[in-house]
Design a protein around this ligand. Sequence first.
Ligand SMILES: [Zn+2]
Length: 264
Amino acid sequence: MPVFDWLRRRREQRVLQQRPIPDALWELVMLRHPFLQRRSAEDLGELRRLATLFLDAQRFQTLGPLTLTDEMAVTIAAQACLPVLRLGLHWYDRLTGIVVRPHELAVAGEVMDEDGVVHQHDDVLAGEVNYAGRVLLSWNDVQQASELATMEPDAPVYNVVIHEFVHLMDMRTGWATGLPPIEDRDLRRRFAQVLEASFEAFCDRVDAGEEDVMDEYGTEGLDEFFPIASEAFFVRPHALREVDAGLYQVLAEFYRQDPAANRE
Ligand SMILES: [Zn+2]
């Protein structure tokens, strides 16, 4: 084992022993996120380990009248670590901090359409990853995700934490394109093919007015479809597999997870 590996492992052991997430707090966060609670004991053990290391390494900051509690930090960490459960925290090497604000951020701006016409728009941002590697989250939206998953398990999935951290994975080696850096060439090729075909099919379903497990925002482009599909993959895996088995399969290969293997 190279010496740096050994040092890193020793440091990790120390963090896990000295700064564990208290049982009651972990149980509470699991209770509020049924899609986490359903995972196998092995997955949850690894998730808790990664979340502990994540909390030790990351700086949290709040904006506005909001005080960060342990519960908030664990809620964010547990969901942020889910996409990298089998890939490792190094996928978040570019992360420089997490900023939590009480509500969505209203942004006004202009966009030019395909015909060169400029439109004004008023948008609300529930979350954002900026190119300095900082993730911004609206706490109101983080809570909504938990309420939706618990109270309305059949609604289209909305999960701002998973969404923004999947953007961060996508941006690991540059711009967000919807195609994260995948080393395996065969998987990379199939991932791109399937994602594009699934994106087209999803846009058609939305145009036809069909209700879907994925949020309509996924029609914005491939770079948004990837995080939106990933939200559905982690929160309502059985429903995603039913609506698009090919998409489920390629996401399962990329994330090295099979969340639909657990009971619904
Ligand atoms: Zn997005």
